[in-house]
Design a protein around this ligand. Structure first.
Ligand code: NAD
Ligand code: WQD
Length: 339
């Protein structure tokens, strides 16, 4: 059963490729390597014991995508990870974000329609909720105006999927997965997150600081209305997140979905503060972290975490990895990168 994985060489995509292969699917990667390295394919081979097919193409290239569907034959579904994801960069380069994130979805949907492929899992984000009025957020929690062009691309993509699915001639069945904060790496430390330059995200910044690549972590504000004053997030281990995709693909293939578009939060259901993450990292790894409190980061949401009930009840999906083990895996990956 072949599943096309766009962005399959990226952080979440590569972990999903492993889980797909181990669940008996045949993942086929499409990636332009704009934010990943071909060495990821070596990591996948080391974990799986065999090569994974990879087509180096851009998802905005309809002709090339058509060729992949035709050459592979019998692709049963698509998981669409390919996108740009840096919130700050999206403010600097909004057109590049709309072009890549929205444009490649449009191209993919056209090609899927032509090729008669009807199952799609789409990477959405908790960013669509903005600053929520109530916690935890359920899938019914109203979305808020996006605080960045990146966030807006995710909202637009969700709308595009809904409109496409509602069209009279539609055959598309979609599951939208709204990820919370993925962290950590595969237990083998052969694949993980590969941030280019200075990391924006908390956990790679922590591991690079502990490794001596960064001098100090700055915690962006401790005067929020949260238990310890620092922001609260729902940190989910990337392998747990990857497994949610297997449940989603299987649900689509079995035609068990109750609606033509279904939406699921994918998080642990628990919130942790930045200070809790720092302390847990120190306990899990024995590393003392150099950090200080700095000013708030513009655009940060004070607190958000998932209500994970729907994913548990409908998808049968539950996370199993603790924050401590997730952070330990991130550190193991950082040490492997150093070598
Ligand atoms: P990533 O950058 O590691 O992976 C994305 C992959 O897509 C990269 O390998 C990149 O080379 C590829 N790519 C980008 N544009 C492409 C294009 N036009 N054609 C072909 N390949 C292309 O990012 P990630 O963290 O694995 O995120 C995957 C998806 O999940 C993205 O859609 C992202 O917006 C979404 N998401 C990520 C997070 C997060 O915190 N990492 C949270 C919520 C949602
Ligand atoms: C986590 C917490 C920071 C770095 C982003 C995107 C979101 C989604 C997930 C894609 C925050 C604090 C961070 C640092 C810090 N991605 N922090 N010092 O902002 O929750 O979400 O990634 O869809 O759309 O916005 O994640 O890892 O950047 O930050 O104090 O050096 O860590 O303020 O509270 P965020 P993050």
């Amino acid at each position: 059963m072949k599943i096309l994985v766009t962005g399959g060489a990226g952080y979440i995509g590569s972990h999903t490729v492993v889980e797909l292969a181990q669940a008996g699917y045949e993942p086929v990667i499409v990636d332009n390597f704009s934010n990943s390295a071909t060495s990821v394919l070596d990591g996948l081979r080391a974990i799986l014991g065999h090569d994974v097919t990879c087509h180096r193409i851009d998802c905005g290239n309809a002709e090339a995508l058509h060729q992949v569907f035709k050459a592979e034959g019998n692709i049963q579904g698509v998981i669409h990870f390919a996108a740009f994801k840096a919130v700050g960069e999206s403010v600097q380069k909004p057109l590049a974000y709309f072009d890549n994130n929205v444009g490649s979805l449009l191209t993919l949907l056209e090609v899927m329609k032509d090729e008669g492929v009807t199952n799609l899992v789409f990477s959405s984000s908790c960013t669509v909720y903005g600053i929520p009025d109530q916690l935890p957020v359920t899938e019914a929690t109203p979305t808020k105006p996006a605080s960045s062009p990146y966030g807006r691309t995710k909202q637009m993509c969700e709308d595009i999927v809904h409109d496409t699915s509602g069209a009279a001639d539609n055959t598309l069945h979609t599951i939208l997965l709204r990820y919370f904060n993925p962290i950590g790496a595969h237990e083998s430390a052969r694949i993980g997150e590969l941030p280019l330059g200075t990391p924006n995200n908390l956990v790679p910044f922590i591991t690079q600081t502990a490794a001596g690549i960064r001098e100090k972590l700055t915690i962006f504000g401790n005067d929020y209305d949260t238990p310890d004053g620092t922001n609260v997030r729902d940190y989910i281990h990337v392998v747990d997140l990857a497994k949610a995709h297997i449940a989603a693909v299987q649900r689509l293939l079995d035609r068990r979905a109750s609606d033509i578009v279904e939406t699921f939060n994918v998080g642990t259901g628990h919130g942790n503060s930045v200070l809790e993450v720092v302390k847990t990292f120190e306990e899990a790894t024995g590393q003392k972290l150099n950090y200080s409190i700095g000013p708030r980061r513009v655009g940060d949401v004070p607190a958000i975490y998932a209500d994970a009930t729907k994913a548990a009840e409908v998808l049968g999906f539950k996370t199993t990895t603790s924050l401590r083990d997730s952070l330990a895996s991130a550190w193991k990956w950082q040490l492997a990168l150093g070598k």
